[in-house]
Design a protein around this ligand. Sequence first.
Ligand code: ZN
Length: 191
Amino acid sequence: MTQFSQLPSSSSSQASAYQSHSHSPTLVLSEKRVEIWAGSMYSCKGKFYRFDCVINLTGSSSKPYRHKIPNRFKRLMKYREVDEFIIDWPDMGAPPLPFQFWKDLLQEFRSRGKSGKPFKVLIFCVGGHGRTGTALTALYMIQNKGKIGAIDAMTSVRESYCSHAVESESQKTYLKGLHDFLSVNSASNKV
Ligand SMILES: [Zn+2]
């Protein structure tokens, strides 16, 4: 009997469970005029009204969920519709976006925020891991003006948000390309 109790206990459940957890909106990146929150689709729907801008990476409008917004927030819906940014980005894939997009996006957020009243952005995909994690890592790299490499940036996002952020090799490759782009541009172009 002693032999059985000495067998190492199995801890394999963690690997298969990761896709099943969800993320309510979580503040991941913040600076004086911008807050970037992230989460998974089903935990974020119905909470869009809390944000100034929603970045929807699923490629499908979140419109079907809009009717769930409480009536007292209806006046915000028009504003929110204008600011829902829908990106058709296939699951597990790299962003269908030029590297410059991420610089322009963060610059746009900064221009809309004020100190003391940061511009609040929510980024989500379906699970809140691959596409969302890649977008968060890209924005973190822009925030740091390309001085942090792709893998270090990804590790930082995994620590502050979720250990499963960034899911595929193509996403990592894209982030490495972004770092190269920022390195080349940092000398001549202010990030
Ligand atoms: Zn997670």
